[in-house]
Design a protein around this ligand. Structure first.
Ligand SMILES: Cc1cc2nc3c(=O)[nH]c(=O)nc-3n(C[C@H](O)[C@H](O)[C@H](O)COP(=O)(O)O)c2cc1C
Length: 202
């Protein structure tokens, strides 16, 4: 591809800095995300770097009534896996509510099929890159995105419900939807680069 066909660095910087975590409650209820759009976002996700070409990501897309089934499964797994003293009604309620609020939920799974050749951390890193591709693409399309990682994703009953193997992991639920009209833009900040930079030079 010629350089001319690519977005400029300043456009890319603007896109990266414009991405904000917008919660399912920030989404316009009932406005769907067209299949051709979410498929393009997921295609972009698959263009993440992948050591050994293991492409360890799998995407479970929940739409329509399937979102309620996901919410119910999360609640059930939370009830099964949480000791009574630690049970929190607010968390329990949110597990069912969030998937019903956003029109699309993508459960992003790390599938370990590469054997011992590629360390697990590198598979996690590749999947995280795929999620970033997904969320930046969503931002470019004007969609809200939110990465949620409740501990119940690692609970055996939830993993079994999703059909995961022992070594597989659901690394997050990505909520996608159209931001509600009139939403005050979310604010976020980062520390100055100088706090994070070690510059080795002569
Ligand atoms: C691996 C990962 C897991 C996350 N899980 C959650 C979560 O469970 N709940 C939550 O409120 N935010 C979660 N976030 C989103 C962060 O809270 C968010 O990125 C941070 O507040 C910065 O806001 P910004 O994304 O708008 O810049 C997660 C982010 C990452 C990278």
């Amino acid at each position: 591809m010629s350089q001319d066909a690519l977005p400029s660095l300043s456009q890319t910087s603007a896109l990266i800095r414009a991405r904000r975590s917008l919660k399912p409650t920030d989404c316009e209820a009932g406005r769907p995300v067209a299949p051709e759009l979410w498929r393009e976002l997921l295609e972009n996700a698959t263009w993440a770097p992948t050591h050994g070409m293991t492409e360890p990501w799998r995407f479970h897309v929940f739409e329509g009534a399937a979102r309620a089934r996901l919410g119910d499964a999360l609640q059930q797994a939370y009830r099964d896996a949480t000791p009574e003293a630690e049970f929190r009604a607010d968390k329990f309620d949110k597990l069912a509510a969030n998937p019903r609020l956003a029109p699309l939920v993508v459960a992003v799974v790390l599938e370990r099929r590469g054997g011992a050749k590629i360390p697990e951390i590198e598979e996690v890193e590749a999947v995280a890159c795929a999620v970033q591709n997904l969320m930046l693409s969503a931002t470019a399309a004007g969609l809200a995105s939110f990465w949620s990682s409740p501990p119940v994703l690692d609970a055996p009953p939830f993993k079994a419900w999703l059909g995961l193997g022992d070594e597989d992991r659901c690394v997050g639920l990505i909520y996608l939807g159209w931001p509600r009209a009139g939403l005050t833009p979310a604010r976020s900040s980062r520390q100055p680069l100088a706090n994070k930079l070690v510059h080795h030079h002569d």
